[in-house]
Design a protein around this ligand. Structure first.
Ligand SMILES: *Cc1c(COP(=O)(O)O)cnc(C)c1O
Length: 462
């Protein structure tokens, strides 16, 4: 299986190389050259299988000979062993023909564990084969960083560095990053905001000499391997409620467009998905785009669903690539225009997008009201992100088509908003109930590229 850049100007890579590369050298994102299709009878046969077996079946066609089946099977086993629920991604009914797909039973209580846990295992194998050390680097507004640290803690041949804005993430998110005691974990509290952290990481990757010398690897959602792993729970949930003999829709709380794009790949592989519905908070660039108002960025406004507070959804480039008929040159031109201010989307491309994706925007008040409503109606406590998905799922629900809304984080990760809205205080799973009493280890740094580069170098040279 070969991967190509969405901007058409980078060499093709195999799966392993794609995993190490992150961003393509022409600035584009890697996508599979062709999307493998599963036969209807293969999909039907997934019903009743374990999450791990479904993962193996769904991921294998994308891996080529980068990993043997035996290795992949073992990595999948090791990755999901740490989840609290035997189903890994259980479905809960919350309304007439409306289901909630709980993706928060992993170690850091957000869906990002699904991909990060497995990728860390794949890196462990690949680095052992190469006899090489890498520096895993990322900026986080909360969930990505904790998932990366949790997945890479103690993995040989890796050092993991996560930059987060000092004082601007939730207590639980911080504690999840600062309490692991493994020596390869480095939580860096930056004097600045999330955009500063992201700019620092970007600058390190653009410093070609530093990047090659340190063997930096990016852990953000532009990494194809993360998308790939997220395809699995679309299949596992769909066959639970009757696919491939039934068509269904998904509502997905969306930020960087990674999770929902995995749904697009599942659909392209043959899963009968009618609509993939993008659910946004007040930072609604994607909703505006999908309702024909062009792709123009605005100001980011902080919300109670911080993991969706974005203006540029990096993975949307992948969706645009397919909407523009897989034309790398069209995407290169489009993204260049977008970086200046914004772009209008061609009519045919917009038709193609709207055929696949629906969208909806949920205000802060509506988010709170939805949390409260479902707590009363079903007893299910929704985190603010999940509530946005559920609200938009309601709006797009059709009588005869089941709707699955993705629950992307555990309510206890966003205690304040959930308690404010529902009057009920969500509790942490017992496994991490003592999080607040564990010893923290954090490195406070200035918003200064050289200082941070020197720190990383000093760790490499130790
Ligand atoms: C990351 C995240 C999202 C957004 O997912 P994308 O793949 O970036 O669209 C939504 N909810 C939660 C809780 C998250 O952590």
């Amino acid at each position: 299986m070969e991967y190509v850049s969405t901007r058409g100007g980078a060499p093709e890579l195999d799966f392993r190389a794609t995993m190490f590369a992150g961003l393509a050298p022409d600035g584009g994102l890697y996508v599979p050259k062709t999307i493998p299709r599963l036969k209807q009878k293969t999909i039907a046969a997934l019903a009743g299988q374990s999450f791990e077996d479904i993962a193996l079946r769904v991921i294998t066609p994308f891996i080529g000979d980068s990993f043997s089946e035996e290795t992949l099977r073992r990595c999948i086993q090791d990755a999901y062993d740490k989840f609290d629920h035997p189903a890994r991604a259980p479905l809960v009914q919350i309304g007439q023909n409306h289901w909630l797909l709980e993706l928060f039973h992993g170690p850091t209580l957000a869906f990002k564990d699904f991909a990060m846990q497995l990728i860390a295992q794949l890196f462990r194998v690949a680095l052992r084969d190469r006899q090489q050390q890498i520096m895993v680097i990322g900026a986080t507004s909360g969930d990505t960083g904790s998932a990366a640290i949790e997945a890479f803690r103690g993995i040989e041949n890796t050092e993991v560095f996560v930059l987060f804005p000092h004082g601007r993430i939730s207590d639980i998110q911080r504690l999840q990053m600062t309490t692991p005691s493994e020596k390869n974990v480095h939580a860096l509290a930056v004097d600045g905001d999330f955009d500063d952290c992201q700019a620092l990481v970007k600058a390190m990757f653009n410093d070609r000499k530093f990047r090659n010398e340190m063997r930096l690897v990016a852990m953000n959602s532009i990494n194809w391997a993360r998308i790939l792993v997220q395809i699995v729970y679309y299949f596992s949930s769909a066959v639970r409620i009757g696919a491939p003999h039934r068509t269904l829709s998904y509502a997905v709380p969306t930020g960087n467009f990674g999770d929902i794009f995995a749904g697009f790949i599942a659909k392209s592989m043959g899963l009968p998905i009618k609509k993939l519905v993008v659910a946004t908070n007040q930072n609604d660039i994607l909703h505006r785009c999908l309702t024909g108002q062009g792709y123009f960025r605005g100001e980011t406004r902080p919300s109670i669903s911080p993991s969706m507070d974005i203006q540029v959804a990096s993975n949307f480039e992948r969706a645009l690539y397919y909407a523009y008929g897989c034309s790398g040159s069209a995407i290169a031109e489009l993204m260049d225009l977008f970086s200046q201010r914004g772009v209008e989307i061609d009519e045919t491309a917009l038709d193609s997008l709207v055929g696949v994706y629906g969208s909806g925007r949920v205000s802060e008040d509506e988010t709170r009201a939805t949390i409260s409503k479902y707590q009363r109606k079903t007893g299910e406590l929704l985190c603010p992100h999940s509530a946005i998905g559920v609200r938009v799922g309601e709006q797009w629900q059709e009588r005869s088509v089941p709707m699955i809304s993705l629950a992307t984080a555990h309510p206890a990760k966003f205690v304040e908003a959930v308690e404010d809205s529902s009057g009920q205080c969500p509790t942490l799973p017992s496994r991490i109930a003592d999080l607040h009493t564990r010893t923290e280890r954090v490195c406070r740094v200035k918003n200064d590229l050289t200082e941070i580069q020197n720190y990383i170098r000093s760790i490499r040279d130790k």
